[in-house]
Design a protein around this ligand. Structure first.
Ligand code: VG1
Ligand code: CO
Length: 541
């Protein structure tokens, strides 16, 4: 029986960089999830449609899945394809949407944010192309959420999501699928599994830290079962509702266990970690951390070694704050390089139009046209494919890369949980100063350009403004100021700094030391301490 429940708009249901993210208790509050899902169905339409549904297994994932299923049925959806146990990594969900040519999908995740009753939850809608909904769609959902007066839900018992197969929920079909199998097959179609198997058989050792999040089952199946990596290669492989108390953000701060092992005496040859929903990756060699911007550049330069990319790339794209290392690779390969705002949704049109093959962000996100999300395990497998063919260490590959292209020293400094009003005041002040900055010298660096990054999508002409304040210095260094759009508490300031060194001298400096002048100039120009009281970042990547 379909019930129509009276409700009233709840303020703030505005999706950010990647979906709607709130404290779990907010999502569990009366009508909160229901309002948003109804606004979503009202916007994209549900009648007769097929959707994919799954999440990263965090606290409330199972309950939210049952609610969304009953609402999909009540709104007339024909079918929902759902991962067993309501689990799906974000890239696997993207793949299932495309593979089954569905009308889109709903992903339950707050990605790299911690999980649990006192942590974060999130919901994101992906389009029929498998990619995150563009701004026009998320804005429409938000607008609908502000005028909603009722939602529809089916009164029914929970669907058994533990058993693979088809069942009915009212008139709607629910198909419970293995969350891993199709995705693992896709990976096998892109990479030289024989070569990677031979690499592992030769004694190559790896550590994959799944951080008690969604990639555990995927990594075990692909690395240990299909590629013959030693049992136990994947650690923290069981997805847990609170991620075992871990903060599933694969960076040197939060993946500190992996970092300690990789920098230690008995370090394996290669290490990797991924985030809550499996779309991010951190890659580490024995004794050497690979910055995500460098990883993107190395992957673009070597992708042809993998069967799926043997024909070469169509082009590359990076988010604006990501270092220009990949641009140098594109230039040498004669490829177009695109610069987009932060967030994977901006790559969708370029991928759909066949303009780019590989994309990446400095925030540990890399991916290709095989799905429409960034893909953590994909990046790990492409690295393995490259290592298997080149038979060099990660350190050797990086050195050779810098020797050829020069090095883009890069770092991101995050200042978390700043009072929002203070952060806004800082941005307003810097934004106002921008037009007068060119030509000025600060902390020994001369500013050549200062602007507020805006983007016009070359495919559909849509325009996104105020995507980050950019300060470009003489010699190619730069600093970028942005406010996070994924946090759930106060504001997070992201300061991105970059400095290019052509070599052959000066390619082996400590990045923080190499970047010190740019960091000093950024602090002076942004008056970070004056506005926020902060001097030291909470997280450095
Ligand atoms: C962050 C990253 C951005 C990434 C986004 C979603 O956004 O900076 O590059 O696309 O997270 O990643 P923000 O607005 O907080 O800077 V995930 O793995 O959380 O979906
Ligand atoms: Co993520």
């Amino acid at each position: 029986m379909v019930t129509t429940v009276a409700t009233a708009p709840i303020a703030g249901q505005k999706p950010g960089t990647s979906g709607l993210r709130k404290k779990t208790r907010v999502f569990m509050g009366a009508h909160y999830l229901e309002n948003f899902i109804q606004a979503l169905f009202d916007t994209v339409g549900a009648a007769g449609k097929t959707f994919v549904l799954g999440g990263d297994g965090r606290y409330f994932n199972d309950r939210a899945a049952q609610v969304i299923l009953r609402m999909a049925a009540a709104n007339g959806a024909a079918k929902v394809i759902i991962g067993q146990g309501a689990l799906l990594s974000t890239p696997a969900a993207s793949h299932l949407i495309r593979l089954n040519q569905t009308d889109g999908g709903i992903i339950m995740s707050a990605s790299h944010n911690p999980g649990g009753p006192d942590a974060d939850f999130g919901v994101k809608f992906n389009m029929p192309n498998g990619g995150p909904a563009p701004e026009a769609v998320t804005e429409a959902i938000y607008a609908r959420s502000a005028e909603i007066s009722s939602y529809k839900i089916l009164e029914a018992a929970d669907v058994d999501l533990g058993r693979i197969g088809e069942t009915r929920l009212g008139a709607m079909m629910v198909e419970v699928v293995d969350p891993v199998a199709d995705y693992a097959d896709l990976m096998q179609s892109l990479f030289d599994f024989d070569a990677i198997r031979a690499l592992f058989a030769s004694g190559f050792a790896m550590r994959m830290d799944s951080m008690c999040a969604i990639t555990g089952p995927y990594a075990r199946e692909i690395l240990e079962n299909r590629l013959g990596a030693a049992p136990g290669t994947v650690t923290h492989a069981e997805p847990l509702p609170d991620f075992g108390g871990m903060h599933p953000d694969p960076n040197p701060t939060w993946a500190h266990e992996l970092m300690a092992e990789m920098m230690g005496e008995n370090a394996p040859d290669f290490g990797a970690a991924s985030d809550g929903d499996g779309d991010r990756n951190m890659v580490v060699g024995r004794g050497i951390y690979v910055s995500p911007s460098d990883s993107l550049a190395v992957l673009a330069a070597n992708a042809h070694l993998a069967p799926g990319y043997a024909a070469g790339l169509k082009g590359v794209a990076r988010s604006m704050p990501t270092s220009a290392a990949v641009d140098l690779v594109a230039k040498s390969l004669g490829l177009q390089a695109y610069e987009t705002p932060t967030g994977w949704k901006f790559f969708g049109n370029l991928l759909d139009a066949g303009r780019v093959t590989i994309c990446g962000e400095e925030s540990f996100g890399t991916g290709s046209d095989h799905v429409r999300e960034k893909d953590g395990l994909w990046a790990v497998l492409l690295w393995l494919n490259i290592l298997a063919l080149r038979r060099e260490s990660v350190a050797e590959i990086l050195s050779a890369h810098w020797a050829k292209f020069g090095r883009n020293y890069y770092s991101r400094h995050d200042f978390e949980a700043i009072d929002s009003a203070k952060a806004d005041a800082m941005f307003a002040s810097l934004r106002e100063a921008l037009p007068g900055l060119a030509g000025r010298e600060v902390a020994g660096l001369k500013i050549t350009t200062a602007d507020d990054f805006g983007y016009e999508d070359p495919v559909d002409g849509s325009v996104s403004r105020q995507q980050g304040l950019r300060l470009l210095f003489e010699g190619g260094s730069r600093a970028v100021f942005r406010l996070s759009g994924t946090g759930t508490e106060g504001a997070t300031l992201r300061l991105y700094v970059e400095r290019y060194v052509a070599g052959p001298e000066g390619l082996d400096e400590d990045p923080q030391a190499a970047l010190a002048p740019v960091i000093a100039a950024a602090h002076a120009l942004g008056a970070i301490e004056h506005f926020t009281g902060r001097v030291t970042p909470d997280v450095v990547t």
